[in-house]
Design a protein around this ligand. Structure first.
Ligand SMILES: [Ca+2]
Ligand SMILES: [Ca+2]
Ligand SMILES: [Ca+2]
Length: 685
């Protein structure tokens, strides 16, 4: 009987017919990671000065709208304490200026507030980049908690989920590129489903051998599985492997279960498992059904699971072929044309018990060496060991968590687990029933209403739970990463997915059992941000308050961001408040440490901002202040802030912004803009 949308029985691992639910005893422990950054950048400000008392003059239609003059813009730059460049006049007497570098919204807001504090402006606002809403209009998106962020984000969905994979934030950057090829090794595909209309589906292959399971009788019944039983593909010729990976159904009758209890377990309806998994990745954003995670990538089905599962030899031939291997036997045992272009990402929501075999490892290692990211489910036995091939070296092994961020009760964890992704269902410890009904706590995707052979109705959807459902979240995000940054290596993709994973929430199984659930929970938005290589900087001072004439050292730790470098001049200090000083700066050293040391002679609050700009133009900044009190026996200086721009001559001497000696506008007086190590070399040259 079909359970339909309101039900759903986990059939996550087709090759493992049984799902056993048992929680594992908890032990003490805990772990944390940093929160996910958000992707929001600003390059411009909108500026409106206070009325000067003159009446606004109306401008005739077709006449030019007055631009701000040079002196005005210079005044704005002084107020901003940054050089802004005039861009254009705007409606309502406002103007648009360009910032000297791309900034985070927070940094741009700080500049705007600084300008407003000067009292000259009616308002100054970051000219935010607006994007179409990341919330798709697919009607079942309201049940797709696994794609939501864990906290409210701009342009994101109204609702959040602790266990959500923050896919919607990644969509601000990419929904996938058709040049990225993903292969799904599964039960086949119903490519004519309404939610695949417009998807980039390329020809796949059907690798199920005609004699799968045929060699040995079932150990319990001693009955021999007939030829074609697993294949269950009567409409395709020749028998055995063929060019059509369409899913003919994998239902198991009561008689089948009685005849082959070891191979088949219990009777079941057709799972349409491959269609479900593929739908999670590439269901279209089209006002119909669900929203796929990477709807614009190119997808391909390699059918290797049939009635009662599949054999490793068929599955591994499928993996070899989709990843571009030569000499893979196809129909009639003849060598197939290598799959070109090869799949860069392979989804394997399947597994079996036991260690990784040499045969599996050989195929996986070769596929990985060709450049394939292979994503595999850890299995649904509720064990602290993971299935094969998830336990093979070189794959991304995915366990499953719930809407609450707890380990799913069925999900295998243990050595070799890479990370967790939403799989839905009940948690090992926490079962609050949050986010509503049972349907919304499972994963929703594409299916077919028929219990046996596919029917013509191609608009059916259902819910499931399992590590099979978690795995395509990770595979699709790997594809998004490669879409956004095609130069990423297999190692890069794995490192980014792990390093950007969010911590499991307090009180969950994985915080209480550290080290066995992998790096944390999949976070697509954080993964994209990390892949972009956003630079990082933190700054601290050796003292927050000192007496004048004592030295202070500011220490910043800078990073170029994943895979990036800091170019010459990529590290800049600016004094943003207090009597002008000329610090001695050094670094960055091998650990990214940058220091600025100065000895203030006057009382005041000395404020500094350090800005890091990497080779891609991404920036990060951080600020700190030091309060200096007057020495008991001396009079504080005037704090005029008009220091000469003559610099030192050694690598650790005082630096200034004169660089190549070019003229600087007067308003920069008192600012200190210095470069990092590379800037030193350039200046000395
Ligand atoms: Ca066939
Ligand atoms: Ca076929
Ligand atoms: Ca859709």
């Amino acid at each position: 009987m079909k359970t339909g949308v309101s039900g759903g029985v986990a059939r996550a691992l087709v090759a493992l017919a049984l799902v056993s639910y048992h929680a594992v005893p908890a032990v003490a422990g805990g772990r944390t990671t940093s929160p996910a950054p958000q992707l929001q950048w600003v390059t411009q400000l909108i500026v409106k000065e206070k009325s000067s008392g003159l009446k606004t003059q109306s401008v005739a239609v077709g006449a030019p709208i007055a631009r701000a003059d040079v002196a005005t813009v210079q005044r704005w730059s002084v107020a901003a304490q940054l050089p802004v460049t005039y861009k254009r006049a705007m409606s309502g007497g406002a103007h648009v200026v360009t910032l000297p570098s791309t900034m985070s919204v927070a940094d741009a807001q700080a500049v705007a507030q600084r300008m407003e504090a000067s009292g000259q402006f009616e308002y100054v606002s970051p000219d935010r980049i607006m994007r179409p809403s990341s919330v798709p209009n697919d009607p079942k998106f309201v049940d797709q908690w696994s794609l939501w962020p864990s906290t409210v984000v701009a342009n994101g969905p109204a609702t959040t989920a602790v266990g959500g994979a923050n896919i919607t934030t990644a969509w601000d950057s990419t929904k996938g590129a058709s040049t990225v090829n993903v292969a799904v090794i599964d039960t086949g595909l119903l490519a004519n489903h309404e939610d695949f209309v417009g998807a980039n589906i390329r020809p796949g292959y059907d690798f199920i051998s005609n004699d799968a399971y045929n060699a040995m009788p079932d150990p319990a019944s001693h009955k021999t599985v007939p030829l074609g039983f697993v294949e269950n593909d009567p409409l395709d010729t020749p028998a055995g492997r063929d060019t059509n990976p369409s899913d003919p159904g994998d239902w198991v009758t009561t008689q089948n279960a009685t005849d082959y209890p070891t191979y088949c377990g219990r009777a079941s309806d057709s799972s349409w498992h491959g269609t479900f998994v593929t739908g999670q990745i590439v269901a279209q954003h089209n006002s119909v059904g669900i929203a796929g995670i990477a709807p614009n990538v190119t997808i391909q089905m390699a059918r290797a699971l049939g009635r009662c599962g599949g054999v490793t030899s068929d599955i591994m031939d499928a993996l070899a072929w989709v990843t571009g291997a030569s000499n893979v036997p196809g129909a009639g045992g003849t060598a197939l044309q290598p799959n070109s272009p090869m799949a860069q990402v392979v989804n394997m929501s399947l597994g079996g018990q036991g260690a990784c075999s040499s045969a599996e490892q050989a195929v996986i290692s070769a596929a990985r060496a060709r450049g394939a990211t292979i994503v595999v489910a850890t299995g649904n036995d509720g064990l602290n060991t993971i299935s094969s091939p998830a336990n093979c070296k070189g794959v991304i092994a995915v366990t499953a968590h719930t809407v609450d961020g707890d380990l799913a009760v069925y999900a295998n964890v243990g050595s070799g687990t890479t990370l967790s992704a939403p799989g839905g269902g009940p948690g090992a410890i926490i079962n609050t029933g949050s986010n509503g009904a049972v349907t919304s706590r499972q994963i929703v995707s594409l299916s077919n209403q028929s219990l046996t052979t596919p029917d013509a109705g191609t608009s059916y959807y259902t819910t499931e739970m399992g590590t099979s459902m978690a795995t395509p979240h990770v595979a699709a995000v790997a594809a998004l990463l490669l879409s956004h940054k095609p130069t990423l290596s297999v190692d890069d993709v794995q490192a980014i997915l792990s390093q950007s994973a969010r911590a499991f929430p307090a009180g969950t199984f994985c915080t209480q059992n550290p080290g066995i659930c992998g790096a944390g929970m999949l976070d697509a938005g954080a993964a994209i941000a990390l892949s972009v290589g956003t630079p990082t900087v933190t700054v601290s001072s050796s003292a927050s308050t000192i007496v004048a004439n004592n030295a202070v050292t500011l220490t910043a730790v800078v990073g170029a961001g994943f895979g990036n470098t800091l170019p010459s001049g990529g590290v800049q200090w600016a004094q943003t408040g207090g009597p002008g000083v000329t610090p001695t700066v050094a670094g960055p050293d091998g650990n990214g440490n940058v220091t600025a040391t100065f000895t203030p002679s006057a009382a005041g609050t000395y404020s500094f901002t350090i800005t890091v700009t990497n080779n891609l133009g991404g920036t990060a900044s951080a600020s700190t202040s030091v309060t200096v009190t007057a020495p008991p026996t001396t009079t504080p200086g005037t704090g005029s802030g008009t220091l000469p721009f003559s610099g030192g001559t050694s690598g650790t001497g005082p630096l200034n912004q004169s660089g190549g000696g070019g003229a600087l506008p007067l308003w920069l007086t008192g600012l200190l803009l210095v470069g990092g190590a590379l800037a030193f070399r350039r200046r000395k040259a």
